[in-house]
Design a protein around this ligand. Structure first.
Ligand code: NAD
Ligand code: ZN
Ligand code: ZN
Length: 350
């Protein structure tokens, strides 16, 4: 079968012919119908040797949907041909976190040499993917695979970030979303579907602002020198201008972290999701908003993935996708690098 493999750090992944895997033990073989291309794939491809604990080569792709193709003798809970989405963070399976579906925060994360499907283990940019256990499969019913695949990370990670700040997002509150790409446009939709907050969106691209508005943002603006002031003026609350109750940063560079802390209300919530390599300096006394809380969410939990699929089935979530055949993955990667993907690029086997 064809697979897109990372063979060398810092070099473009290579389309390769590999053997179709055979499931053993409790493994399940999934026939891939769609795999999302995440900005994290670019961070992985670009990583310097030694930065990530993964052994090369492996097949990329961590947002995967398809159908159960074959089960090993000890696998149960799914049946052949079931339409499923793959819960991608694959932990040790034995710690407390994994036992409660929180593989994303596996206690043995640092010793596994992988962070999940397509992140140190062979992923979904291939015709088939081997999943270690049926517990990583969530049924999708009639949600199309091209929707379900991005929901397993772009949707799930956004949902998990919002869940961590939901207590701060009641009536009369304001949320700011920075970076309206694959994750950000779903974060806007999730905020609208599950909180009462007013949603303000920021990006450096006009087309991303249009996507934010289609996704339900109340206001969208370009990232400029005075963006913090513009956003504050749009915030709800006593007389306006009080700042945001929560900021979700899907970029994570110095300028976006500066914007986030400049716009945050005292006691607000800041979730930094983007891996842009920016730094935030903590000092007391200092200029950071008093009482604000910082989180660095990673992916989400298996129960949350089922909730995300439920939201999609109810019609509350719609991923904007651009479809590419797997053989055109290099073009999709170039487009993502150049900021020329609308929503999420999704690869489908040729
Ligand atoms: P994407 O490329 O689809 O979207 C990024 C968006 O940010 C684009 O619309 C871009 O125009 C915008 N942007 C870039 N610079 C900006 C700036 N200075 N100000 C405002 N907007 C700016 O990327 P994605 O796939 O949505 O991923 C977003 C980030 O989240 C990446 O860094 C990715 O690695 C990370 N990520 C983290 C997790 C996690 O679990 N923490 C999971 C998935 C992705
Ligand atoms: Zn990702
Ligand atoms: Zn574990």
């Amino acid at each position: 079968m064809r697979a897109l493999r990372l063979t060398e750090w810092g070099a473009p992944p290579v389309p390769t012919d590999v053997e179709r895997p055979v499931p053993r033990g409790a493994e399940v073989l999934v026939r891939v119908e769609a795999t999302g291309l995440c900005h994290s794939d670019l961070h992985v491809i670009d990583a310097a040797p030694g930065v990530l604990p993964y052994r090369l080569p492996f097949t990329l792709g961590h947002e995967i949907a398809g159908r159960v193709a074959a089960l090993a003798p000890e696998a149960d809970g799914v049946e052949a041909d079931d339409p499923v989405v793959v819960y991608g963070p694959w932990g040790c399976g034995g710690c407390d976190r994994c036992a409660t579906g929180r593989d994303n925060y596996c206690d043995r994360r640092d010793t596994l040499g992988r962070h999940g499907a397509g992140l140190g283990r062979d992923g979904g940019m291939a015709e088939y993917v081997l999943v270690p256990s049926a517990r990583h499969l969530v049924p999708i019913g009639d949600v199309p695979a091209e929707q379900a695949a991005p929901l397993s990370d772009a949707g799930l990670t956004s949902y998990h970030a919002v869940a961590g700040a939901r207590h701060a997002l009641g009536e009369g509150t304001t949320a700011v979303v920075i970076g309206i790409g694959g994750l950000g446009h779903l974060c806007v939709q999730i905020l609208r579907a599950t909180t009462a907050s007013r949603v303000l969106a920021v990006d450096v691209r006009e087309e991303a602002l249009a996507l934010a508005e289609r996704s339900g943002a109340h206001f969208a603006t370009l990232m400029r020198a005075d963006t913090a002031r513009v956003l504050r003026a749009r915030a709800q609350g006593a007389g306006g201008g009080t700042g945001a109750d929560a900021v979700f940063d899907f970029v994570g560079t110095d300028p976006t972290l500066d914007l986030a802390t400049a716009v945050l209300r005292p006691g607000g919530e800041l979730a930094v999701v983007g891996s842009g390599g920016g730094r935030l300096t903590v000092s007391k006394p200092g200029v950071l908003p008093p009482g604000f809380r910082l989180s660095l969410p990673f992916w989400g939990t298996r129960p949350e993935l089922a909730e995300v699929i439920g939201l999609a089935r109810s019609g509350a979530l719609h991923v904007e996708t651009e479809r590419f055949p797997l053989s055109a993955a290099p073009e999709a990667i170039d487009r993502l690098r150049g900021g020329r993907v609308r929503g999420r690029a999704v690869l489908v086997p040729d």
